[in-house]
Design a protein around this ligand. Structure first.
Ligand code: HEM
Length: 146
């Protein structure tokens, strides 16, 4: 059970719960950007999207990434995952997701300034990133190849 003792299964359960919230935010926010960019700039509807995006970031995305990491690192320390290959490989797509998270927050700030850095079509393509990363991560975390 490691130093977490009887809390270990609870920590793992909440790790997965916050991962689900994090993924939900990573899927929702680019969708909002696409609809946002279809509205007229400097319109009331444009400003309403800015508020909606800020809410997703503050209420879902940022708390979820912090809790997913904190509980994940507690698990890693508890099971000695640092020396295990599956966990080292898992960190690659997880760090990619963290960079994508950071990029989305900067993109929301650009939209709030009235800029449209990317076309809706490109944003739809980029919205596949978290899905592909999640497939790799869950296979590494559950199957633990190698
Ligand atoms: C954010 C940084 C993350 C860290 C440090 C981390 C760390 C860990 C560790 C150490 C375990 C193994 C616990 C054990 O052996 O009992 C684990 C389990 C798990 N992680 Fe993560 N993880 C992270 C993010 C994610 C993400 C983004 C996903 C999915 C998209 C994910 C999905 C899972 C799943 C499904 C399990 C349970 C595997 C099982 O026991 O069968 N993790 N995580």
């Amino acid at each position: 059970m490691g130093w977490l003792g009887s809390a270990y299964p609870w920590v793992k359960a909440f790790h997965i719960i916050f991962v689900i919230f994090w993924m939900a935010g990573l899927f929702m926010l680019p969708r909002y950007f696409i609809y946002h960019q279809e509205t007229a700039r400097e319109s009331e509807e444009w400003d309403r999207w800015v508020i909606r995006e800020r809410r997703i970031i503050r209420i879902i995305l940022n708390p979820a990434i912090v809790m997913a990491w904190l509980l994940g690192l507690a698990l890693a320390w508890n099971v000695g995952a640092g020396s295990q290959l599956w966990f080292r490989w898992k960190l690659v797509p997880v760090l990619l997701l963290a960079c994508y998270h950071w990029w989305l927050i900067h993109y929301a700030a650009a939209l709030a300034r009235g800029e449209e850095p990317l076309k809706g079509k490109t944003m739809r393509f980029l919205n596949e990133v978290p899905g592909l990363a999640a497939i790799c991560i869950v296979i590494l975390a559950v199957v633990r190849p190698g």
